[in-house]
Design a protein around this ligand. Structure first.
Ligand SMILES: *[C@@H]1O[C@H](CO)[C@@H](O)[C@H](O)[C@H]1NC(C)=O
Ligand SMILES: [Cu+2]
Length: 555
């Protein structure tokens, strides 16, 4: 009897240990239920027909690439190191179907428009850029050249953006024809050597006349925040030819003085007829590491009953709102078929362009007008960091892109969606005259966000859907300012932000496309904003304050 009891107790203990283990393993795998599941079903239904706006999937990119490679007469290469004189498959992106076809599908239950891709090929062998439409997806069977129809002109190869393949050749040229012969100058002037490298940051446009391809390249110390670490050295590279042996360094700027060739600078330096710079120690003032520890964890966003929105494929439901979304590699994020209480209020709201125009006495920054869509805006929508870029509990969406690559890539968590409490009632009244009463309404809004880091700048793009029926398109810029080496006359074009560093004056222009479908909508749209880079090195709160104030004025 005694031994039987012992056995029973032993088995019970073993069973309880196993059960505990199973429960611990089971529960620790679950994410917190309060943020992932909604207590109430969303008001509307997800619209499957919204797929007409969906970006291409990884399979679709591969199908289009395969199709293009099968067209032997096009002789296309997909290597990332493709040379400028070869034919390179640069871009594959969704060809958004015509609005009339989409509306027939959405509203009149017409057939789904043909799903097609836009394909851009740099024909290095013939000297032209071509845009093709390839379809129908998923199994493409034909392509047509739409360059003449879409651009009303032939597009010369010189107008193409610089690809990885061309960068490889540019960096090789700089190494062999600039850094090597000038090693002593660069070491004595900037402390550059094998361990202390100089990085190139190029300016735009690449020339002043149509057909030119000449780029001023400014050099920066290879340290964190290189954009505010300028060395006093810039070169003008002519890289028009598809044969890199024909490229030439046409001018150089050293400490504010111009030279017509590398040899001319060398000779003047040796003869002592140039105002020499002497290397100062490299200081790490551009680091993003916090300067002090935060006091404690800040407030967090919590949805006790789960999210009040729902994301399915490329479609979002939120209270009275619904919309489809996508991300173009070139222009950036976009939403389509935006409905409020089932009524379409916007057919399209999309980012189109982010331009910045700079002033400087130095040629690099002085010439610069960045037209970011020419490099690609959506292309730089990288992973968003939970709890910093978006709230922890936000919904994160992956995107897939094909631009200047050998195969389509996945960009994890590059879009986030969340509902935000606005911290102020939508409306309220407290009656203290005649009678006493109070009525107030909590206010919150849905945020659809991407952040694109285009070189020095990080643009934080928000489309915000308010319960009042308003939509806001908003952008904040952060990251690093663009800077140049301080020379005589520089201070007319900005403010000094560090030793020998000028934060150049500049203006941002931001363009959105708004295709409004009803008159009743209150739409807040920023079309342009400007600011001067003032007395700060990192763009931070101060900068945001400036932007927010301007936004308020525009509203
Ligand atoms: C195709 O392009 C390669 C370079 O990528 C070239 O060597 C070859 O001659 C081309 N073939 C034809 C048929 O044009
Ligand atoms: Cu700026």
């Amino acid at each position: 009897m005694n031994s039987l009891l012992k056995w029973a107790v032993g088995l019970l203990v073993l069973f309880s240990v196993l059960l505990n283990l199973a429960l611990i393993v089971g529960y620790s795998r679950r994410t917190p239920t309060c943020a992932t599941r909604s207590v109430h079903a969303p008001k509307g239904k997800h619209e499957a027909r919204s797929r007409v706006f969906a970006d291409l999937s990884r399979d679709e990119y591969a199908q289009v690439q395969d199709y293009m490679l099968r067209q032997k007469e096009l002789n296309i290469s997909t290597r990332q190191s493709t040379r400028p004189d070869e034919n390179f498959l640069f871009l594959i992106d969704l060809r958004v179907p015509a609005k009339s076809e989409v509306l027939a599908h959405l509203d009149a239950h017409g057939p789904a428009p043909r799903r097609e891709a836009t394909v851009v090929v740099f024909h290095g062998s013939t000297g032209f850029i071509k845009e093709y439409v390839v379809g129908p997806l998923p199994k493409p069977s034909d392509h047509r050249d739409v360059t003449a129809q879409d651009y009303k002109a032939e597009l010369p190869l010189s107008a193409r953006p610089v690809t990885i393949g061309e960068y490889i050749l540019i960096f090789k040229l700089l190494e062999q024809r600039v850094f090597l012969p000038l090693a002593k100058v660069l070491h004595e002037s900037f402390g550059a050597d094998h361990k202390h490298r100089l990085n190139a940051f190029e300016q735009m446009p690449r020339g002043v006349r149509s057909g030119e391809r000449k780029t001023w390249i400014s050099f920066f110390r290879d340290q964190s925040g290189m954009y505010i670490q300028p060395a006093g050295f810039e070169v003008l590279l002519n890289h028009l030819s598809t044969d890199p042996s024909q490229w030439s360094v046409e001018r150089l700027l050293y400490n504010g003085q111009y030279f017509e060739s590398v040899n001319a600078l060398l000779d003047a330096y040796r003869a002592g007829s140039v105002q020499k710079l002497s290397a100062s120690p490299w200081e790490d003032y551009g680091s993003l590491k916090p300067r002090s520890r935060p006091l404690q964890v800040g407030p967090q966003l919590v949805s006790p009953e789960g999210p009040r929105y729902s994301v399915s494929h490329n479609h979002v439901l939120y209270m009275d709102w619904s919309f489809a979304f996508g991300l173009s590699s070139l222009t950036g994020m976009r939403v389509f078929d935006v409905r409020f209480k089932d009524e379409r209020v916007l057919y399209e709201l999309s980012v189109q362009e982010a331009m910045s125009v700079y002033g400087s006495v130095t040629p690099g920054m002085g010439m610069t007008k960045f037209l970011d869509s020419s490099i690609g805006i959506g292309r730089f929508a990288h992973e968003l960091v939970r709890g910093v870029d978006c709230p922890y509990e936000a919904t994160y969406v992956d995107t897939y892109r094909y631009i200047d690559v050998a195969e389509a890539g996945r960009y994890r968590n590059s879009i986030c969606v969340f509902e935000l409490s606005l911290g102020q009632p939508l409306r309220r009244h407290f009656a203290d005259f005649f009678s006493h009463s109070y009525g107030g309404m909590v206010n919150s809004a849905l945020v659809f966000r991407t952040i694109t880091a285009i070189g020095n700048y990080d643009y934080m793009w928000d489309f915000i859907f308010y319960q009042s029926g308003a939509v806001e398109a908003k952008v904040h810029a952060t990251g690093y300012i663009s800077s140049s080496f301080l020379v005589a006359g520089s201070l007319k074009h900005g403010h000094q932000v560090a030793h020998n560093v000028l934060g150049n004056i500049h203006t941002h222009f931001i363009n959105f496309k708004v295709d409004l479908d009803v008159a009743a909508l209150r739409l807040i749209c920023l079309s342009s904003m400007s600011h001067m880079s003032q007395l700060y090195v990192l763009q931070s709160e101060l900068y945001q304050t400036v932007v927010v104030k301007r936004e308020q004025r525009l509203q």
